[in-house]
Every structure is written in C-alpha cells, then in structure tokens.
Design a protein around this ligand. Structure first.
Ligand code: SF4
Ligand code: MG
Length: 334
C-alpha cells in the first residue's frame, strides 16, 4: 500500500505571552517531534488523553495551522509528492482540496444563518466544481450519500438533530472529492445511541469513495472499531504506532498498557490488572527531561530520566513502533 502522507519531526509550538509588553516567556509544545505515516485507504487512529496534542496535530495535517517545524510530505493522486510546509499559496489551495477535516462539535461547525445549500455551495464554487445546476445536483447527491433527503439542502442547521448535523458536516467534507479526511472526535459530542450509526456510515463512505482517514479519539474502543493502525500520543509525541491487532494484543509501551488496562471488558472472569498511573499529565510548556512519561511510568529506570527514547521498530515485527528504553528494537538485534 502506498504511503499518502509522511510526517517527520513535526512541531507545533504556541508562544506563551506575559506582561504588558507581551513578552514571549515560553512555548506550549503541543506537537513536538512527531513522526508517522499514513497509507492510502487505511484508517489511522490517533489516541491520547485530552491536551496531549491530538487536535493540534490534526489541524497541522490539513494545514489549518502552520506547523512551526518539521516535514509533511503528501502524495497527490498523480503520484507527485509535495512538502506541505513549503507550499506557495496556490499550491496549498490545490492540496487542500485533497485533505479535509470533520470536527467534534456539529453544533458549532455549521453557520446558523446559512442554509445547507449555501454551506455546501461555497466550497464547490471556490474549487470551480460545475455550474449552478450541476452544483445543486452534487449537493443533493452528497446529502443522499449520508442518508438525508436532497431537499434538506434548503433547511437551516437548527432544523436538524446532532446526529443529522454531523452527517451534514461529513457530507460537506466530501464536497470536493478529498482523499484524506482528518476526523477529530467526530462522534464524541453525540448521544451514545447514534454514535454507532455515524461510525458505520463513515466506514461505508470510506469504502465507497476510497477515503483515507485519520481518526482522532480519546475513546479506545471507538478507535479499535474504526482503525487499521493506531498511534498513541503522550505530551505532544507519538509513543507507539502499530496495527490495531498487535496494539491491543501486545502493547509495548507502558503508557499504552495503562490505557488498555483501563478499558472495561464485559467478561465476569476478567482478571486483568488495572494499571493506575500516578500523578497528572505534566504541562506541555515544561515537559519532563528524558522520557516524557517517566514521571508516571511504573517501569521507569535511571536512563529514562535523562535520555529521551526514540520511536523505533520493535524487534521481530514489521510495523510495530514504540519509544521506550525497555523494548528491544530491530536495531538492537542486528
Ligand atoms: Fe517508562 Fe522508561 Fe519506557 Fe519511558 S522509556 S516508558 S519511563 S520504561
Ligand atoms: Mg481535541
């Protein structure tokens, strides 16, 4: 499978200002040296606690935000690669056609004074997709593709339920035939009873349109259901990246182990030990030296306090990466 997006050393630092003269006194390192890749047609789940940098990373990936450093290579449908960080304005506009984002809150992501028709027509016009009649036909088809009636295009957002609105947002993201969609917790604001319905719809659309998803969530069971591979994020960094199956059956990073041990499973004989992490997540403005997880890690050894572990291929695997000094890597065995 072809790699559609490759990210190396990505950084997103936000300045912290203080005093009347707004002096920069530090940085919140929301994304700090992230490495990952996404294959065409797959769903890459991105999990971590709130504040770990998932949403910032998602926004960087669709260029809603300009990262402060690193590389992001995107492969266009014609096989050419573009470095998303060094694009001109026009190139960036062209690439944005291929990458879209769906946000968590369907209530705030639709403009209340615009009809659905107006909300869809704008991106279509911007990207010169057809004349007026053709655009109207496209909008009708898009609504049908998310199981809504075409004539709903003349309604306003307040006339729809939360689940319907999120389906509308998904349809709008599909407007200009994107290849890659970043879904930032798309169901976490919805009632549990309709979450599965929206997730299944997203799976159908992925099949039908050959989409690639980056699926952000804090809920591991949702991510497991949706993802082919999973990236676990902690304090601005990816600590583990692996196929969903081996992430769940053989997690290697102590943080992933702790997250997984906290998922309740409906088994009365569940004898798994729950790993309780001590302390809170440290501030991303002042992350711990060495391994960022060392202040909470039950397995911490001396070296962890000074030397940051790098994301490396785990020994004996083909695509399971982790960043932990205790894990034997392919390099160690060679
Ligand atoms: Fe824990 Fe050390 Fe591994 Fe970090 S490197 S996760 S502190 S054992
Ligand atoms: Mg978020």
């Amino acid at each position: 499978q072809e790699v559609i997006l490759e990210v190396k050393g990505l950084k997103m630092y936000y300045p912290i200002y203080s005093g009347v003269f707004k002096k920069v006194t530090g940085h919140v390192k929301a994304v700090d040296d992230v490495n990952l890749y996404v294959k065409r047609g797959e769903t890459l789940g991105l999990v971590g606690e709130s504040g770990c940098g998932k949403s910032s990373l998602g926004k960087c990936l669709v260029r809603l935000q300009r990262p402060t450093g690193g590389e992001m290579r995107y492969r266009l449908p014609d096989g050419q690669t573009r470095d998303l960080l060094t694009l001109s304005k026009q190139e960036s506009f062209d690439v944005r056609k291929h990458v879209q984002i769906v946000f968590q809150d369907p209530y705030s992501s639709l403009n209340p004074v615009k009809t659905i028709y107006e909300a869809f027509d704008e991106p279509l016009r911007k990207h010169k997709m057809g004349n007026k009649a053709e655009r109207k036909a496209i909008i009708g088809q898009l609504l049908e593709s998310v199981n809504l009636r075409p004539d709903y295009m003349y309604r306003y957002p307040h006339e729809f339920s939360g689940g319907q609105r999120q389906r509308i947002c998904i349809a709008r993201a599909l407007c200009i035939n994107p290849e890659l969609i970043v879904c930032d917790e798309p169901v976490s604001a919805l009632d549990v009873s309709i979450q599965a319905q929206v997730l299944n719809l997203m799976k159908d659309l992925q099949q039908r349109f050959g989409l690639t998803y980056i699926f952000i969530a804090h809920d591991l069971s949702v991510v497991e259901y949706m993802s082919d591979r999973i990236a676990v994020m902690y304090l601005g960094q990816i600590v583990e990246l692996a196929p969903a199956g081996s992430m769940y059956s053989e997690p290697r990073h102590p943080y992933t182990e702790a997250l997984l041990s906290a998922i309740p499973i409906p088994d009365p004989d569940d004898s798994r030990e729950r790993i309780v992490l001590r302390g809170d997540v440290p501030s991303p403005a002042n992350p711990p030296q060495g391994c960022r997880f060392h202040t909470r890690c039950p397995k911490c050894i001396d070296i962890c306090k000074t030397v940051p572990p790098e994301l490396r291929l785990v020994a004996g695997t083909e695509d399971h990466y982790t960043a932990c000094h205790l894990v034997e890597t392919e390099e160690d065995v060679q």
